[in-house]
Design a protein around this ligand. Structure first.
Ligand code: ADP
Ligand SMILES: N[C@@H](CCOP(=O)(O)O)C(=O)O
Length: 320
């Protein structure tokens, strides 16, 4: 159950009038999701998703919603936020920030084939390019600074072997972040959490990216690494599936060619992307906040991926 704030159709009768959507005619809570209260909302104008944000505040939300609007206006299939009569994308509902976005068609593809991975790679590259002229700046709030803050908080819960792994990897990533190759990486707005459950498909047709609430400005390669570490692996072992990885990387490269600095940074970035989710899962498991993570994700999944990325050479980022 992921409706933390109860809302009924009656609550929307007056509230919805500030939006150019006509009357609300149906509202249904969405059971999946772990962070916010989400509802499918039908109005006289169509199908939408109403989200009440349980953890993010009014100050933080404009970055995410304006980024989604920016991308939608440039033809990237992402939920388009609906502005109210004051031009606001975030408005209060039951005292919490809320927004209405367009509903994407399709469903998540949890057993992707190379064709799905190619579609995700191509769209990710198009999304990066479309974000180049987005004027707002917000760092990736789950970047190196957060890793440095979080590491000492989770270390007391770790085995000796994992304590060693985390300290050693943090050391390695600090050095990587200071390298000349890293400093030359192309960057801009990134999704930063483009897992299988955050993309919609109808068959092999990609119909949308959603859940932009970890987005921020970071290297594009980090986004590729996060995405590949979820879409192109054997989930039991963390080992990269070569066919799916090749399909994703080649499709990305065809839309936005990778650079030599990215090639030189690829293995390190796959490790960084694994570390990021190992750390957040450790944090959420051992130091949970209220109204979050009803069932914490398993940190050992990303510990396994990190060990695997350290031990095994990465597939070539691009040929030639
Ligand atoms: N714009 C959208 N269009 C269609 N379905 C959506 C949309 N946004 C969310 N959903 C549905 O709601 C579910 C929960 O959304 P999600 O963003 O993952 O929630 P949370 O932020 O709470 O984790 C998704 O799995 C998806 O099925
Ligand atoms: N993808 C992250 C958790 C974020 O959850 P989401 O439902 O908001 O995508 C993980 O797997 O740790």
């Amino acid at each position: 159950m992921a409706v933390f704030t109860a809302v009924g159709l009656g609550d929307l009768t007056q509230w919805i009038k500030q939006f150019p959507l006509g009357n609300a005619v149906a509202l249904k809570g969405i059971a999946s999701g772990i962070e916010n209260s989400n509802f499918f909302l039908t109005t006289e104008r169509g199908e939408y998703v109403l989200t009440i944000f349980e953890n993010l505040g009014f100050d933080q939300l404009p970055f995410y919603l304006k980024l989604m609007r920016h991308l939608a206006e440039r033809g990237i299939p992402v939920p388009a936020p609906v502005a109210n009569d004051q031009g606001e994308l975030v408005v209060a509902l039951h005292g919490k920030p809320a927004s209405i976005v367009s509903k994407l068609e399709g469903s998540s593809q949890m057993a992707p084939q190379p064709a799905h991975c190619a579609a995700v790679g191509a769209m990710l590259a198009r999304m990066h390019l479309a974000g180049r002229d987005f004027p707002m700046e917000q760092p990736n709030l789950r970047g190196l600074g957060w890793w440095n803050e979080t590491t000492p908080k989770v270390l007391p819960f770790l085995t000796a072997a994992n304590d060693h792994l985390l300290r050693a990897e943090m050391h390695f990533q600090e050095a990587f972040a200071g390298s000349a190759h890293y400093c030359a990486l192309p960057h801009g707005p990134v999704h930063a959490d483009l897992f299988r459950n955050n993309v919609m498909f109808v068959g092999t047709r990609l119909t949308g990216f959603f859940d932009f609430y970890f987005a921020g400005c970071d290297t594009w390669l980090f986004d590729v690494a996060v995405t590949l570490n979820d879409w192109c692996i054997d989930l039991d072992t963390g080992v990269i599936d070569q066919a799916r990885a090749r399909a994703m990387l080649d499709a990305y490269h065809a839309e936005r060619p990778f650079t030599e600095d990215e090639r030189a940074s690829w293995q390190q970035m796959l490790r960084a992307a694994a570390l990021r989710f190992w750390l957040s899962r450790l944090y959420d498991l051992h130091l949970p906040r209220e109204a979050e993570l009803l069932t914490p994700h398993d940190p050992s999944h990303f510990e396994r991926i990190l060990r695997e990325r350290i031990a095994t050479p990465a597939p070539e980022l691009f040929h030639g």
